[in-house]
Design a binder for this molecule. Sequence first.
Ligand SMILES: NC(=O)c1ccc[n+]([C@@H]2O[C@H](COP(=O)([O-])OP(=O)(O)OC[C@H]3O[C@@H](n4cnc5c(N)ncnc54)[C@H](OP(=O)(O)O)[C@@H]3O)[C@@H](O)[C@H]2O)c1
Length: 297
Amino acid sequence: MLEEVVKRSTCFPSNSKVLIFGGGFSGQHIAKAARELGAQVMCSRRTIQSEGADFVFDSTDSVVPSSCIFENVTHLISCIPPSKNGLDPVLNTFGEELKKIPLQWAGYLSTTGVYGDYKGEWVTENNSTNPKQARSIRRLSCEKAWEAMNIPLQILRLPGIYGPGRSSLEAVKRKNSKMVFKSDQVFSRIHIDDIAGSIMHLINLFSNNVRPKIINLSDNLPATNVEVMSYAANLLKIPLPPLESFENASKDMSPMAISFWEENRRISNHVLTNDLKYDLIHPTYKSGLEDCLKLSK
Ligand SMILES: NC(=O)c1ccc[n+]([C@@H]2O[C@H](COP(=O)([O-])OP(=O)(O)OC[C@H]3O[C@@H](n4cnc5c(N)ncnc54)[C@H](OP(=O)(O)O)[C@@H]3O)[C@@H](O)[C@H]2O)c1
């Protein structure tokens, strides 16, 4: 819950202005938390009609806001994925402008896909990146472009994002929903409260000179699809969807959906929770889904 993020976080210094590129699912939640904590926040969306659109930016249509959005910006977060050509939409459009802003902190939301397949082993920030999927190769090249900016940056690597309105609760309720299983396959995940909460925590540490460059944001319990969907169905008090092997299910899956099942890794949050002492609001999918259910009522 947003209240919990706000309760646990430190307020922004006065005159803080946070610019968020890509105010989608995570971006909106981060924006709400930052506003509650005293910052002025500006969020981009691709259409002005979308919830929380303070300005419009769409790199594919060359819809670019006036450069006055950068005035007095102290913190910047990009939640926009790489474009199809592998360039970063924000840097490709505003790279030169960003170098001129006296930023106190910038965060780039990346993915744990950059690690590639670890055959179910635990993966820390010290493990090498070895992306195999085209989208993860593009992502790694965007990470490198952000690093090369020479701004006060942290790269946040995220596994599956879930939260109210976008979780396994919706998946199990879907018509013809199936619980796909594949031997030993687990997924890591992070609730949007902990994305917003850990970003607030990292910004505060950064201002106190604690500045790791790359941080995995994930919960404590990588789990199988069947475990998570069963828990969701039980919470909703509905029958478990039928089980289906990945081998069978993959016949009807999109190449994108299949690609998620081709890599297996357990994302370690040791740096975040142990070294940086972030206290997860939802340490596992169980409390995370309970929160999603509470907020859907
Ligand atoms: N979803 C996951 O499970 C997951 C897992 C790991 C990492 N990630 C990455 O983490 C970030 C945040 O994820 P999310 O799920 O919160 O994303 P999301 O809800 O899809 O939001 C993405 C944002 O980027 C904007 N955007 C997309 N393409 C754009 C373009 N060409 N030009 C300008 N804006 C563009 C979208 O605009 P609109 O608001 O107009 O749609 C939206 O605000 C993304 O980079 C995502 O790829 C996601």
